[in-house]
Write a protein that binds this ligand. Structure first.
Ligand SMILES: [Zn+2]
Length: 370
């Protein structure tokens, strides 16, 4: 299976490269068309200086690279996996992924043509991954030590290469085109990332290095937001935002992961509200299981209730809906997976899916069907 995935990924990448090359060369030879100057063949990469007599204009910036939507299977109405991790620790368990298995997840995703996006970019529909690839977002709940740990090495405190942040950074260094993004849903009535002396340093680090801090309420009170009055819920949500801003001035918390997946019937005060002078607005609210999220341009996309997928392969807990099940599903049903055209300013969908686009969610983006 893995081998099959690898070959499929390689085939797709090869196609994407060929198309990019094909697009790059005609661009040079076509660029002189408007002026009609055809003195001599255009050689790619030759003579970047037009010379004193040269009046040829540079290739128009707006000239889009030709992407063969059909052969790449471009579908920006396809589904997107938002993976949900809890602890990263030494032994695989219901809420624990080992460092080795987390690395394996990254490798498998990379080989199968997935590329990382930040949750906030998903929520904003700003999906900038290369043509032919599929966006995926990583989320970590509860702010435990395996997410972000400092250890001593040669007399210095360094990021543990076996914690989530360390693993992600190492993987991104080896695979720069994979991207680097993850959202950490923390609660303040716990020791954030398990090392009280480093809370400030870690939150600063996340904010400064492209990671996101998300709301997981202030106290993670059992059994979750559904059991609270609206006023108590507002307090839980606003207090998280207030404390995050206290640690990282100016930081805007923009998404919420529901503790225990619990939410009230009335979502309005979960999405936005205020308490004691602190207001919050969640551009996205995430559940606990078990499905990929709709494309942010799909009529079914509901930012107030976005599903995630358990990044576990323990069948007794995933019940056939874990990360590997979905990876297999999308390998078998590539037409259901979000496949990018490489241009975040356009939304490209097969003609047959046109009716499922929610025009109000397109914003300034141009809809292209094929
Ligand atoms: Zn939690």
């Amino acid at each position: 299976m893995l081998q099959w995935l690898s070959k499929e990924a390689i085939r797709r990448i090869a196609i994407a490269l060929l198309i990019l090359l094909a697009a790059a060369f005609p661009l040079v030879s076509c660029s002189g068309g408007a002026g009609g100057e055809t003195d001599g063949p255009s050689v790619p990469g030759s003579d970047p200086d037009p010379g004193p007599g040269g009046n040829e204009e540079p290739a128009p910036e707006s000239e889009p690279e030709e992407v063969d939507y059909a052969s790449l299977g471009v579908n920006e109405l396809g589904q997107i996996m938002v993976l949900m991790y809890h602890q990263i620790g030494p032994e695989e368990a219901e809420w624990v992924r080992t460092p080795e298995n987390f690395r394996k997840d990254l490798e498998t995703l990379y080989e199968a043509g997935y590329r990382l996006i930040a949750v906030n970019d998903l929520l904003d529909g700003k999906i900038a991954v290369p043509a032919g690839t599929t966006p995926v977002a990583l989320t970590f709940d509860d702010g435990t030590i395996g997410h972000f740990r400092y250890i001593e090495k040669d007399g210095q405190m360094v990021i543990d290469p076996d914690c989530a942040v360390g693993i992600l950074e190492q993987f991104a260094a080896e695979h720069p085109d994979f991207g680097l993004a993850a959202t950490f849903y923390i609660m303040y009535e716990a020791t954030i990332f398990g090392q009280p002396e480093y809370v400030q340093q870690k939150l600063n680090y996340l904010a400064e290095n492209g990671f996101e801090i998300g709301n997981h309420t202030n106290s993670h009170i059992y059994p979750g937001l559904r059991s609270l009055s609206p006023e108590e819920a507002r307090q839980e949500l606003a207090e998280h935002v207030r404390l995050t801003k206290e640690y990282v001035p100016g930081y805007e918390v923009r998404s919420l992961a529901l503790p225990y997946g619990s939410y009230p019937d009335d979502l309005s005060y979960i999405v936005e509200g205020s308490y004691n002078g602190t207001s919050y607005h969640h551009a996205g609210v995430f559940l606990v299981g078990n499905n990929p999220a709709p494309s942010p341009f799909h009529a079914d996309y509901n930012a107030a209730l976005l599903p995630r997928i358990r990044a576990s392969e323990l069948e007794e807990y995933t019940a056939g809906f874990g990360i590997n099940n979905w990876l297999e599903y999308f390998a078998e049903h590539p037409e259901e997976r979000y496949i990018s055209d490489g241009d975040p300013d356009t939304v490209v969908v097969p003609e047959a899916l046109k009716e499922q686009v929610d025009g109000a969610k397109l914003g300034d983006r141009k809809l292209i069907t094929y």
